[in-house]
Design a protein around this ligand. Structure first.
Ligand code: 13P
Length: 279
């Protein structure tokens, strides 16, 4: 299949009212797990990497692999760059072939700085035909692997409308009660806030911190306007468990077990998001 962009996939998801899963990959097994799960479900999917994962797997390793596998897939696959803070890395990402990138300005010192930098990145990316996801409010947790937990700040609906207008962002990540990583307490999602944002903002909305949510949380958030759901922790925990469950296996068989467990964990999410048979 031809390579798809996140914009194309989310436009369709928004129109039809389902969610598309987004999954970060650092190696061949993860890329293969995601794409084979999507093929099994006949579901579109978005895969990518993030600034925090570059020490594990640089752009030069992972991006050609993802682009190649995306083009060979029997379902629509888009390749996206998740949470990135550095201007230089974003410029590299634009050159290397990502169809969309996320500039995460939610940790900037002020709202004005988030607006200014998001608008600057969007202007440059649009000049190269690349879509941009930005974040307003802040999804807490360990988003950058630094070990520093960030506090959650809810997205204000009116601010979200103004932010999208001022920045030209193509996709908006909202903070409605999810956090990245493993939940320490049961998540309580603010669905009325999401519905309000959805009523004021035209671009597709993104939910980060998709691990640990209930089936009902997914149903409610997708019905409330979420088009893209980011999931990472649940997938890598599934891979890790499969490895731990089989200490008798050698290395090659162990990685295949992990790949299969990650594939099953991914397929479960794709079905929950309603993207099955939308490929
Ligand atoms: P989880 O690791 O909590 O699923 O979050 C993933 C994410 O939001 C990546 O951007």
């Amino acid at each position: 299949m031809a390579l798809y962009t996140m914009k194309e996939l989310l436009r369709e998801a928004k129109r039809e009212g389902y969610g598309i899963g987004y999954f970060n990959a650092v190696n061949l097994e993860m890329v293969r797990a995601y794409i084979s799960a999507a093929e099994e479900c006949n579901s579109p999917i978005i895969i990518g990497t993030a600034e925090a994962l570059l020490p594990v797997s640089s752009f030069s390793w992972i991006v050609p692999l993802m682009l190649d596998q995306a083009k060979r897939a029997r379902v629509p696959v888009a390749v996206h760059l998740d949470h990135t803070y550095s201007f230089d890395i974003l410029m590299q990402a634009l050159r290397i072939g990502f169809g969309s990138v996320m500039y995460d300005g939610s940790r900037e010192k002020s709202h004005e700085e988030n607006v200014r930098k998001s608008a600057e990145i969007a202007r440059i990316a649009h000049g190269m035909g690349v879509g941009v996801e930005c974040e307003l409010g802040s999804v807490g947790g360990l988003a950058d692997g630094s070990g520093q937990e960030d506090a959650m700040i809810y997205t204000e609906p009116e601010d979200a409308r103004d932010f999208v207008e001022q920045t030209g962002a193509d996709f908006l990540a909202v903070s409605i009660g999810t956090v990245h990583g493993v939940y320490k307490a049961e998540p309580r999602l603010d669905i009325p806030r999401l519905e309000k944002i959805h009523g004021l903002v035209d671009v597709p909305l993104v939910l980060h911190g998709g691990s640990g949510l209930s089936d009902e949380d997914f149903r409610n958030t997708i019905a409330g306007g979420i088009c893209k759901v980011n999931v990472y922790t649940d997938i890598i925990l599934a891979g890790k468990k499969a490895m731990e469950d089989h200490p008798e296996l050698g290395y090659t068989d162990t990685i295949l077990k992990a790949e299969n467990a990650m594939k099953e964990a991914t397929a479960l999410k794709l079905r929950l998001f309603g993207s099955e048979n939308r490929g």
